[in-house]
Design a protein around this ligand. Structure first.
Ligand code: ADP
Length: 457
């Protein structure tokens, strides 16, 4: 609609402007020519002592200002026609009170033109003076059919070109809007499919423009959502599987008590002890799941500078009993404060899990070294142990959820296979980077690097 209005305006301007410009140009040229011819004749006449038909006629023919479509009149100061170049219907002897003649008799050069009847009619008149006295006037009338037909040709050509341009433009617009409509509806289908939860849908957009780019962005976004959705479903199914194992054990143990009439007190105590162990496991799994959820959902939680050395010392204190039971020595090397941006809860999970693993997967008499250092705007935390290490082919999986190198040993130590994935989630959340090096049978080092943050004091 807007396009049609613009096109119409452009065509109108194209149709009107050049025609007007040519008309103006033609009129101006005619004015100059006719006034010049009239003035030349007037100046010739002003030197003739007595103005009469024959000497005016010879001046006109000497000056060669007559043409087929011209009429030349010379009038006296009383507007009486002294000479008329046209013989038939001659105005000779008549008084002519044309406005141009009256204008010229009062001393002015006059010109007027008008388009009518397929011709341009032009009138020019100049005074004939001698010694400041107006003796009469020269009047030239011209009927220009050639000029008029030139103008008519010009406008008809412009009209034809305009019509062709308009039709071509309309066809182009129709083709373009049709194609655009088809491509937009492809985009819309994709958005609708995604809205209905079908993230497998991909838009096949032809062309090489912004719409193509939008479709590509849409496809990669859908792919991202699709893989997130897959990971979420995997997580839910793994979680349910992990929860099912202790629940089945509890069911089995309690059934054994309920269905066995001859069970001894000691056996009941032993079974209840096992049930309690499974409940502790269930609790650990659910706590870990909550922590993962917190790490994933903490996008809008405000981050603030936290001192890692304070958390490290707190964790060492909390794991004192565990370390003593495992006969492992924990050393913390962190002089002063090391501030990084995050949440104290998140850092607690990171340091606690890494240190607890380093104790759990250690050997009797082994050590765990937790050190903090800074440099290049980063804070580096290293947790190294002299423990059992991780087989090389398993190392790439340690950050995956529910991954355990040795399921039996991990279970026995209360492992859920979630600890390191929680650590990774929090480290990512705080803009850090975690890496691991392990030598099977010798020990493992986890290195976490965070951007250093300002001391808040
Ligand atoms: P878990 O709860 O089983 O400890 P994690 O996610 O914390 O789960 O660790 C995954 C697996 O990586 C563990 O089961 C363990 O086999 C291995 N692992 C983690 N930390 C260490 C370590 N410091 N030394 C040796 N193996 C480790």
């Amino acid at each position: 609609m807007v396009f049609a209005a613009i096109l119409l305006t452009v065509l109108l301007v194209i149709n009107i402007y050049p025609q007007q410009a040519v008309k103006r140009q033609m009129t101006e040229t005619a004015r100059k020519d006719m006034i010049k011819d009239a003035a030349t004749l007037a100046s010739a006449l002003s030197n003739i002592p007595e103005l009469n038909g024959s000497n005016i006629g010879s001046a006109v023919s000497v000056l060669n200002i007559l043409s087929e479509n011209r009429r030349v009149l010379v009038v006296s100061d009383g507007a009486v026609v002294l000479f008329d170049s046209v013989r038939s219907q001659s105005l000779l002897g008549n008084v002519v009170l044309y406005s141009e003649i009256l204008g010229a008799l009062s001393g002015n050069d006059c010109f007027y033109s008008r388009f009518e009847g397929g011709a341009i009619n032009k009138w020019a008149a100049v005074p004939v003076t001698r010694g400041g006295i107006t003796l009469g006037a020269v009047y030239i009338y011209e009927n220009d059919e050639a000029g008029a037909s030139l103008l008519a040709d010009l406008s008809s050509n412009i009209r034809i070109v305009s019509a062709i341009v308009a039709v071509a433009a309309m066809i182009a617009v129709l083709l373009f809007t049709h194609d655009m409509g088809k491509r937009l509806s492809k985009l819309l289908t994709g958005v609708k499919e995604a809205g209905a939860g079908n993230f497998k849908y991909r838009i096949d957009m032809p062309g090489d423009d912004e719409l193509k780019m939008i479709a590509e962005e849409f496809n990669s976004l859908s792919g991202q959502i699709q893989s997130n959705e897959k990971a979420r479903q995997q997580f839910i199914s793994d979680s349910s599987h992990e929860l099912k194992t202790p629940l089945a054990a509890i069911k089995l143990l309690s059934d054994s008590i309920v269905n066995n009439d001859n069970i001894s007190r000691e056996e009941i105590k032993e079974f209840l002890g096992d049930i309690s162990g499974e409940i502790v496991r269930l609790t650990r799994i659910s706590e870990s799941l909550i922590s993962i959820n917190q790490a994933l959902a903490s996008d809008d939680v405000a981050l603030y500078p936290c001192d890692l050395s304070e958390t490290a010392r707190k964790v060492k204190e909390l794991l004192k009993v565990t370390a003593q039971a495992a006969e492992v020595t924990v050393n913390v090397d962190a002089d002063g404060a090391f501030f990084v941006s995050g949440t104290s809860d998140g850092f607690y999970h990171i340091i606690f899990n890494l240190t607890e693993n380093a104790i759990k997967y250690n050997k009797k008499g082994g050590t765990v070294d937790l050190s903090l250092s800074r440099g290049g705007g980063k804070v580096t935390m290293r947790v190294s142990d002299t423990g059992i290490g991780i087989p090389e082919h398993e190392q790439e999986h340690v950050f995956e959820r529910f991954f355990r190198v040795d399921k039996m040993r991990s279970r026995a130590t209360g492992g859920t296979g979630l600890g390191l994935s929680i650590v990774k989630e929090w480290v990512d959340r705080f803009g850090g980077d975690i890496s691991m090096k392990s030598v099977y049978g010798k020990g493992t080092v986890f290195t976490v690097v965070f951007p250093e943050s300002e001391d808040p004091k």
